[in-house]
Design a protein around this ligand. Sequence first.
Ligand code: ADP
Ligand code: MG
Length: 515
Amino acid sequence: MSKIVGIDLGTTFSVIAYLNDLGKAEIAPNYENNQKTLASVVYIDEPNKKVLVGEKALNSFKAEPKKVVQAVKREMERECVWSTLKGEFIDKNTADVGDDEYTPAQISSLILKKLSEFNEGTKKVIVTVPAMFAETARRATSDAVKLAGLELIDLINEPTAAILHYASIPDIDVSGKIMVFDLGGGTFDVSIADVNHTEIDMITSRGDKNLGGHDFDNFISEEISKDYEKQKGQSLSEQDQRTLLPLAEKIKKALSFKKETSEFIDGPAGPHEFKLTRDQFNEMIKLKLTQIKMLMEEALEKKNIKTNEIDQILLVGGSTRIPAVVDLITEFMGKSPIRGVDVDESVALGAAIFAGLNTSSSDLSASQKKSLKDVKLSDVSNHYFGTGMLDWDEKLANHVVKNDILIPRDKKLPYSITKPYVTAYDGQESISCQVTQSEHEETDMEFVNVLKEAKLALPPNRKAGQPIDVTFTYDKSGRMNCEFIDINTSEKVILDLRPDSTLSPEEAELDFKID
Ligand code: ADP
Ligand code: MG
């Protein structure tokens, strides 16, 4: 068994996988229900320090919705905490962080702890993240691993992992331009890669962090509320409404297999039978489908790729079971996606293969080595990265700070660039060294995220126009190192951006007993 395991830490479901002795990726099943997945749901009973993870936590939702944390992955990039008092995520700055509030990383660590129990001896892990995950979310994921008492070997982007898995299936010949279409519970991503059997070059990813199956559940649950009121003359209480989501999901899933379905809804005016047809459901999600189509268009257009140049389409994520989603892809792309591979498993299985690639060859069996022999992988930068630069503004007759991009989006990794700058004015005392991140090619500092900053002090009486070199180096795993050098003195500031732990003291490992 490979020493390193692969983990798909999903918004809705998480999966853990390993490379078996024959070099084939396998899921370590959930021993509680014999399923391959673990619901990414955590129940926290603060007063009794009791935690449930997975299906048991999900089942507690009806009775105690405020103790159940769902879709924590959506919060990973935010500065927020789960308030056990309020039963919701609140802004970290407005909260007085105490014993009863937990960061998304802390909550995710509980899911990781539970998952790692499915595979005995789990210690070193590869964790998958959406290609679009921001730096802060990557760091929070890394924190979660540490808080779970595990060691993060690397993060891998989910579409890359999915292709790695598909490319390893003997019956499927994955080659050419491949599109990975991933529609899960919380997010949508579309990625394109050049694949030559086991050589995988990612080209681009586009997506929406807030588009997925949960939205569809919300639409149905809103419809149920409206229908109940209309038919019964009384509205559902807030408590009743909260419990609608699991029912809505059940209805949605049923409509993937049949044309109409119904469920009984409890409420103040007695039970009511709510009916929904597949056509009505398709109408509800129409706008979301349009958004999905636009993102597919954007990914293709940005890379000048025509729909007919895509050779194969791979499906990932539970929401690709919705017939209207497959119809949309088939119609827009002019071909059907590949069928026959479980859309819930490929990301974790690909992560297990990547784990194998990261295992030293002395720890691999001969079969494992053989299965990994020809695999080559390259990824691209998922954002624009730049730095703040002083620029002379004629209109304002003053210097203004502008964002200057050093690493564009979709740049093949590893990548390194050195850009020469100069001091802006006589007597400048310091250089403000910044690393910025943005989804678009921004010059306005208002619209970028400053990931790190520091000051580089300059000697007194420095003249304008003296050289300052800035070097950004982005390695193949998405770690970045940024250097700002004063050429005359060789003084430099190094900003290291790694998805490494930034844990503050109050974010200690939780001593909860997990059930
Ligand atoms: P994530 O990667 O966000 O954890 P998954 O890929 O596991 O998500 O997908 C979970 C989503 O898939 C949920 O919203 C779930 O309701 C949805 N889903 C699962 N099965 C079906 C189905 N048969 N029909 C429609 N949606 C489904
Ligand atoms: Mg997923």
